[in-house]
Design a protein around this ligand. Structure first.
Ligand code: PGA
Length: 250
């Protein structure tokens, strides 16, 4: 029996303007079944955070960001700080997404700094980790995930974070990990967390799965004891599909 309250998070990436985000959130609030026991998170672009938050102040939906800078403030043209995110209405931030690592060359050391800043500012970090197809086929999954976790969390005391296991080969490809494969990897992540922190912290941390989650694949993933929800990209852009995924948790 899981005691963790699952998280279903929408990662909209570079999609939806502020007015589109507002319409989406309004529809979500109207159509979301009341019996859903899950934390619903929406991560729009920076420019839509404020509008999305304003549209859901009366609901329990939380709005967050897809990235942030690690410094409190400074000469970092084009960057956004944790304080700015909080004032815009964010309560969480996705950190270390594989697109940030691959396309924007973010390192574990940088993600570690971002985590510390997010925690200091009271934002819930969703730390993303995952192996590439090549790493998995070479049997390096355990090594890759544990070294990402260690590098990102080293020296950070047990804290409220969520972990997103997103196999790189499953993101945006339509290839979801099987529920058994994902469960096995989530358990491994939880054991790593226990080693870095302690059993209590590891047991209370939500570990969510990401990578081509659809209304069809979500229910079986959510049934696994160590899968505590999902980080959804493509399918979260459609309110109907996102609601169906959320319903998979019931
Ligand atoms: P996807 O994206 O659901 O489109 O695979 C997931 C993610 O990148 O977080």
């Amino acid at each position: 029996m899981k005691t963790r309250i699952p998280i279903i998070a929408a990662n909209w990436k570079m999609h939806k303007t502020a007015s589109e985000a507002k319409l989406f959130v309004e529809k979500l609030i109207r159509e979301l079944p009341e019996e859903v026991i899950a934390q619903i998170f929406i991560a729009p672009s920076f420019t839509a955070i404020h509008a999305a938050k304003a549209a859901c102040v009366t609901s329990k939906i939380q709005v967050g960001a897809q990235n942030m800078h690690e410094a409190d403030f400074g000469a970092y043209t084009g960057e956004v700080s944790a304080t700015m995110l909080k004032e815009a209405g964010a309560s969480f931030v996705i950190l270390g997404h594989s697109e940030r690592r691959r396309l924007f060359h973010e390192t574990n050391a940088q993600i570690h700094q971002k985590l510390k800043t997010a925690l200091k500012e009271g934002l819930l970090p969703i730390l993303c980790i995952g192996e590439t197809e090549e790493e998995r086929s070479q049997g390096k999954t355990v090594e890759v995930l544990s070294s990402q976790l260690e590098a990102c969390l080293k020296g950070i005391a047990p804290a409220e974070i969520a972990l997103a296991y997103e196999p790189v080969w499953a993101i945006g490809t339509g290839k979801t990990a099987t529920p058994e494969m994902a469960e096995e990897t989530h358990l491994l992540c939880r054991e790593c967390l226990e080693g870095l922190w302690n059993k209590k912290a590891a047991e209370s941390t939500n570990i969510i799965y990401g990578g081509s989650v659809t209304p069809e694949t979500a229910p079986l993933l959510f049934k696994q004891p160590n899968i505590d929800g999902a980080l959804v990209g493509g399918a979260s852009l459609h309110p109907e599909k996102f609601i169906e995924i959320i319903q998979g948790i019931i």
